[in-house]
Design a protein around this ligand. Sequence first.
Ligand code: PEP
Length: 256
Amino acid sequence: MRKKIVGSSWKMHINSFDEASTLAQGIAERLGSEEEVDLFILPAFPLITMTKAMFYGTNIKFGAQNIAVAEKGAHTGEVPVKLVKELECAYVELNHAERRSMYNETDEMTAIKVGLCEQYGLTPIVCIGETSEDIERDRSRMTLRTQILWALENASPAFREQIILAYEPVWAIGQAESASKEYIAKTHKMIRELVKADFNEDLSNKIRIIYGGSVSPETALQLSDVEDVDGLFVGRFGLQAENFEKIVNNFKGESR
Ligand code: PEP
């Protein structure tokens, strides 16, 4: 049985301590005792310590939006995995489309970072997703398969079960609406089948696959009963505590 999970990356939308403390406090008050669904928040690095203090004693976990590709050394401006662990982060987001397109991150780098997460006991949330060009060229399946292989191959069989695959169709990020329920359901099923074919059935049954890309309270309601959707990865529509709470409750099916 896969436990549902809902999380949000604040990206750089939240760029001040004031904003972060108001939002974290609101989320802690509304969702701090949530038990049915795992919850996580990924603030920008300098906000992690404050977010940690705000979530102290709650069931809400926190994490980082990235880590460096190396463990230590001359990597100016990067953040080492060891510090992320020492800050008591639980999760690390990897391979986001913005990291790939704006900062030239590659599949190989993601695989190395997954290995570092295993070494330091952090759960990677690995984003995968096709572009609109992939759809035009009829190569979405191939793109997703390649990304899944890189995400999982460098991990031990036991650790693979902990990795979270975040399916984020690149064309659905930052839009007014998410992809359609039918499209998401079909692609999540395909992702699970790819994991089964390239790894094994047990892993495909255990691995959590979450959807991200313009998730709103409406998306959450629509996806709450889709078998292969184990969670949601929320962006802009989770930047108000009330909205984030609505997304979580809708995904639990509470407003049905
Ligand atoms: C994202 O890019 O991971 C994301 C979920 O963003 P948004 O919801 O703002 O599209």
